[in-house]
Design a protein around this ligand. Sequence first.
Ligand code: 6GU
Length: 240
Amino acid sequence: MSFAATILTLYPDMFPGPLGHSLAGRALGTGVWTLDTLQIRDFAEDRHRSVDDTPAGGGAGMVMKADVLARAVDAALAARPDCPVLAMTPRGAPLTQDRVRTLAAGPGVTLLCGRFEGMDERLFEARPVEPVSIGDYVLSGGEMAALTLLDACIRLLPGVMGAASSGVEESFESGLLEYPQYTRPVTWEGRTIPEVLRSGDHAKIAAWRAQRAADDTRLRRPDLWERYRSARDRPPSGAQ
Ligand code: 6GU
């Protein structure tokens, strides 16, 4: 079965965007995944087709209306009742590779893209919509975040990437950053590829890579390193 992506957005022309190219684009063309966009404005019911209004309590910008968003979500749920609905917002819980793997193994995703200052909070109480963020910075809308989440899922779908997608050797799959890579020429601007990588000694190469993965993670991502270390030092409950 295809992985079904449904996007609720004020800017449907932004899709598939970059996902129409390269491996994701080919996979879209061959039906590995499908894309449907719903124009949120089509769910406005007033004369001016308003999708937003001023924030309660005052402040800058505009807030997307709960009733309009709920009608859009209801339409998506009617079409794809099995797909989880995620709202792309910097107020969401951070997206992780674990979550991406879970989503990619399922029937698809429905992604609600916010614009303006945010979405009326009552939407999240009244509908099964989970807020998700792609990182600690603010985008002007959820569309680029939705494209990012989709890219992360699509590359894991069977047959999209070939051998490189086995995934087990990659960043985050191990809990560490990936080791550094090199390719020819052996010497470039006076810098030579580490000797061990040209030694043909596969055990030594594996050990060097593991060391670099650990060192680079400790330096660049102390947060990941701390989690990795506590998981390693305290094996999962149920272990002998
Ligand atoms: Cl999911 N949406 C927006 N608008 N900004 C973000 C984000 C999402 N994740 C990080 N920044």
